[in-house]
Write a protein that binds this ligand. Structure first.
Ligand SMILES: NC(=O)c1ccc[n+]([C@@H]2O[C@H](COP(=O)([O-])OP(=O)(O)OC[C@H]3O[C@@H](n4cnc5c(N)ncnc54)[C@H](O)[C@@H]3O)[C@@H](O)[C@H]2O)c1
Length: 255
């Protein structure tokens, strides 16, 4: 069964990592996918591998004008927008005492501003063409206190709060647009490999070698959840924050 048959989807940050896994699964499930990213080389390569149902378009999610042009172009050429996955995000190590303002503004611009612009333009387009599903990629960093990535926690908290505001607004207006957030724990992607490398450098070689091994998920663990939230199977789920973290953020109830 093709769970996304006939649907038109935009995925941000789709050149690698979780966005790439989403795009590959979306095409397998019958969707037409517009992969977007600032990484033209990898984005175009992945889209080419996916064939006729995929295309790559450059989009820096920090810029409102680029969003407007992209969404207008997709609706003009494909007739509608059914799904937006606000996946693009960046992380830099730093706690509340060490994180620079430059890093803070960069991280907020990609995750928080980018998701804001994406939601605005998706709602504008979807309400004219019968509705749709917006999936926002948050993190367990908005659930638990991850002191080593303070600005990232702030950005993902913004994504989580915005998701609820969009969901309730669209429900009250009767737009048939749903908006949900996904909160992964560590998944093996280029982002996590780079952060792990930086953390090991900062802790020094002894700490890196004796460091505890953390069980990481696979990109498809998240893509399955994205497909579910994007599909009509989840038509009564709106404003939800779904943790995909193998119980990492759960407070255990047993002694
Ligand atoms: N991997 C994890 O463990 C994990 C856990 C929780 C949440 N997340 C979130 O999932 C999303 C994807 O993470 P990932 O691990 O695949 O990261 P990644 O770094 O492997 O891939 C992110 C992609 O986003 C693109 N990107 C960066 N800035 C952009 C911009 N301004 N405009 C458009 N695209 C841009 C990058 O070029 C890259 O292709 C992020 O929002 C991240 O915060 C990841």
């Amino acid at each position: 069964m093709s769970r996304l048959q006939g649907k038109v989807a935009i995925i941000t940050g789709a050149a690698k990592g979780l966005g790439e896994a989403d795009a590959r699964m979306f095409v397998r499930e019958g969707a037409r996918v517009i992969l977007t990213d600032v990484d033209r080389e990898n984005g175009a390569r992945v889209a080419a591998e996916l064939g006729d149902m995929a295309e790559f378009q450059y989009l820096d999610v920090r810029h409102d004008a680029e969003w407007k042009a992209l969404v207008d172009d997709v609706v003009a050429r494909h007739g509608k927008l059914d799904i937006l996955v606000n996946n693009a995000g960046v992380v830099e190590l730093g706690d509340i005492e060490t994180q620079t303002e430059k890093d803070y503004r960069f991280i907020m611009a990609v995750s928080a501003d980018g998701t804001w612009f994406g939601c605005q333009h998706a709602v504008r387009a979807m309400k004219e063409t019968g509705g749709g599903s917006i999936v926002n990629m948050a993190s367990i960093a908005s659930v638990q206190g991850e002191s080593a990535v303070a600005a990232y926690c702030a950005a993902k908290g913004a994504v989580e709060g915005l998701t609820r505001a969009v969901a309730v607004h669209c429900a009250q207006k009767g737009y048939n647009i749903r908006c949900n957030s996904i909160h992964p724990a560590g998944i093996l992607t280029p982002m996590v490999m780079e952060v792990g490398r930086q953390a090991a450098i900062m802790r020094g070689p002894d700490a890196a070698q004796s460091g505890q091994l953390v069980k990481l998920g696979e990109p498809d663990d998240i893509a399955y959840t994205v497909v579910f939230l994007a599909s009509d199977e989840s038509k009564f789920i709106n404003g939800a924050a779904i943790r995909v973290d193998d119980a990492r953020s759960v407070i255990a109830g047993n002694p």
